[in-house]
Design a protein around this ligand. Structure first.
Ligand SMILES: [Ca+2]
Length: 195
């Protein structure tokens, strides 16, 4: 299943070259007839996936549905738009694992975050869930986290929100990573993860 990030970007034709296994024909028209109307006007570049209706970027996540199915107000889309890019989150998680071993992220995400996050579906799946999940409860549901792990994660976020770095230190987050981990968690807190 295509991530919502790709579905956001596909109407713009971005990232298409790096995406395999997706039917691109609808992007370029395949009826043999040149249909100029397939392309959205530059002033209204976002194409609603359902009805091919074109809207301007300002109407994305503005609180009122403009696509017939309300896709432009999809909570996951609008959450992802406020979060760091999935690639950035994935590479951060990857760098922590590369530096400290495949079970390092257990300190944050609990016992299912071992083996380079394999039991959670892998690094990319976790990064997408961090991007699209409006709240920590949504995140827990998306990755089927156990309640105890979710409450542990919440306590980590609450500590960061309160400026308590001692919690991260006591978990064994290295001094050299403390700033980066704090910055990473703060970005989530600042976009409603604990609301
Ligand atoms: Ca809208």
């Amino acid at each position: 299943m295509m991530s919502i990030i790709l579905r956001i970007l596909l109407p713009f034709g971005i990232l298409v070259a790096s995406v395999s296994g997706i039917d691109l024909s609808r992007l370029y028209g395949h009826s043999g007839v040149q249909k100029r109307s397939d392309a959205c006007h530059p002033y209204e570049p976002f194409k609603c996936p359902m009805d091919a209706h074109c809207i301007s970027i300002q109407y994305l996540c503005d609180g009122a549905p403009d696509c017939s199915d309300g896709y432009d107000e999809d909570p996951r889309l609008c959450t992802a738009a406020k979060r760091p890019p999935v690639e950035e989150t994935a590479s951060f998680l990857q760098s922590l694992i590369a530096s400290h071993g495949p079970n390092y992220l257990e300190k944050l995400f609990g016992s299912k975050a071992r083996d380079a996050l394999a039991p959670l579906g892998g690094i990319e799946k976790v990064a997408i869930a961090l991007s699209e999940s409006q709240t920590i409860e949504d995140f827990g549901a998306a990755l089927h986290l156990m309640r105890s792990d979710l409450e542990h994660l919440r306590s980590v976020f609450l500590a960061v929100e309160n400026g308590d770095l001692g919690m991260l230190k006591s978990l064994g987050i290295k001094d050299s990573e403390l700033g980066d981990v704090k910055f990473f968690l703060e970005k989530l807190v600042n976009t409603g993860f604990l609301d």
